[in-house]
Design a protein around this ligand. Structure first.
Ligand code: ATP
Ligand code: MG
Length: 164
């Protein structure tokens, strides 16, 4: 069993979410899967843009709403999935998702809760919520859960960047 740990981060702007994504992107190893959850407009795509930056992807990812996955070249390949319109696991098997999940790249998956069965326990889970009673509409709570070692090293980098 993978020993897990979590970290909660409060951000107050889309720029901070982008920055957080960039720090995450810099810390990722080949074969990492990131399961993103959060309602419409929570900021999942903003976070993926940051992750892409941290992976030295030159293009800016747009939302892959009409395709299941977009692929970007960077320090590691980035596979950006959006499962919003995916019906079930069979649809993902048919498009060959396993090659992208279990290869040398990074898979960042929006709407991961639509098909929860495909994620291994080592996946990094990132949930974004919009606080209800908050003055600013740009506030978000970001919860990150992953392997204990990775979370510990991530915490120290996030602290250095004054994000926590
Ligand atoms: N703190 C914040 N973090 C991220 N986005 C924010 C924040 N504050 C405001 N926003 C705005 O919220 C929107 C988030 O949009 P985004 O496309 O990233 O959401 P999403 O979770 O990917 O939604 P969808 O489910 O439609 O894919 C953007 O317009 C962004 O500017
Ligand atoms: Mg999105």
């Amino acid at each position: 069993m993978t020993e897990l740990d979590s970290i909660q981060i409060h951000v107050s702007s889309a720029d901070q979410t982008l920055k957080l994504g960039e720090i995450i992107g810099k810390s990722l190893k080949p074969g990492t899967i990131i399961a993103l959850t959060g309602e419409l407009g929570a900021g999942k795509s903003v976070l993926v843009k940051g992750i892409a930056k941290g992976l030295q992807v030159e293009e800016e990812p747009n939302s892959p709403t009409f395709v299941i996955m977009n692929c970007y070249e960077g320090r590691l390949p980035l596979f950006h999935f959006d499962l919003y319109r995916v019906a079930d696991e069979d649809e993902l098997i048919a498009m060959g998702y396993e090659e992208f999940f279990f290869g040398e790249g990074v898979a960042a998956v929006e709407w991961a809760d639509r098909v929860p069965g495909i994620f291994p326990e080592e996946a990094i889970e990132i949930g974004i919520t919009i606080p209800e009673e908050e003055e600013s509409e740009n506030s978000r709570n970001i919860n990150i859960t992953g392997a204990r070692e990775w979370v510990l090293s991530f915490k120290s980098t996030a602290a250095q960047a004054s994000l926590i």
